[in-house]
Design a protein around this ligand. Sequence first.
Ligand SMILES: [Zn+2]
Length: 213
Amino acid sequence: MSAEIESLINGYHLFRKKYFSKYNKHYERLVKYGQKPKFLVVACSDSRVDPALLLSCEPGDLFVVRNVANLIPLYEIGGGYHSTSAALEFGICSLGIKNILILGHTQCGGVANMLETKKRPMLKESFIAKWMELANMACSDAINSCNHLSKEEQVDQCCRYAVVGSLKNLLTFPWILDRVNSSALEIHLWNFDLKRGILEVYNKEQDKFLHLF
Ligand SMILES: [Zn+2]
């Protein structure tokens, strides 16, 4: 057995000890009464940004959708396999979650890839290129306005714009918009600065992300 797999199995044994021991009432309740998460999180698949770890949450706390660059597609019906939209529908309509958190992060490989692709088009068959069109739409203004920044800063700025773009797409879902309009659902836009280890919260009035200390 490889050392990598062995480390996962050791982690599994720790999980059993922490969450599945007969003394753990929390997990017993989750099994008996089902999940009732208070937050639906749309996060990136990036291995460095685990929402449960970042926010010190326990099993049952977060209903998490992860995809490349924490993007949300436009509402559309018919055709295709809409995994992110299906997860949104389940979390909001079936579980009745009242808070959505779109969690972006700096140094996002998906966003960096999108910026690179603008100069060097990818193969048409690429799943990533198609998916990242969503971020491209959200970032087109930002890309033009941050030409003076370093490449790294451009990526980080576009990561933030992509989060705001995801909000716009999220509001095209009728059952999301209805709930937001009736104050039954709140949406929060956060961004995690990987280099500084700081969470940034989007401020609508100032139209920018502010540090959360
Ligand atoms: Zn990412």
